[in-house]
Design a protein around this ligand. Sequence first.
Ligand code: 2AM
Length: 178
Amino acid sequence: MPRVFFALWPDADAASRLHTIARCWHEVLGGRVMREDSLHATLAFVGDVAPQRLPDLRAVAAGIRLPGMPLAFDRGGCWRHNQIAYLGLRETPDALRCLWSALAAGLRAADFSIETRPFSPHITLLRKANCLAFDAATEKENPATEPVVWSVRDFVLVMSSISANGSRYEQIGAWPLL
Ligand code: 2AM
């Protein structure tokens, strides 16, 4: 069964800056650097879905009419429980929270079971990171001089498959924001 999730995908410039930060952190935190072309922020993780349900997922996405927004990823962090080093947002803009809640509501209404944890927008940069080293290495902040900003103009549906080199992601749909 396809394993799918909705996400925001950075433009090429933002992905390149994110990857540079990831390689910098890797020097100190170790772990595994996420590939540049796989960097994303998950909006809703749907999980395994029967192929015949994919049109229902697309219909939920197509029903969303909301504005795009600039996002500034400006807060570094490392979660010890899952050893993920990530870049998040100091402030979550209302437009992003609105997109997330509209998507979650649409998915629930269409009978998809989705993640119930509070929304914590982030881009995973490293897996298996040594989070103990993080605070000292980064002074608890994003070590980049400027936030990584991109203008979010759409959201995407991604299919994930596991390979020997980690997860591979393929975009199988994209919907514009206004
Ligand atoms: P992560 O990067 O914080 O691990 C594909 O696996 C994407 O879905 C990743 O962004 C991952 O977040 C997220 N993800 C994986 N499993 C999830 C779950 N059970 N709940 C929420 N998000 C999940």
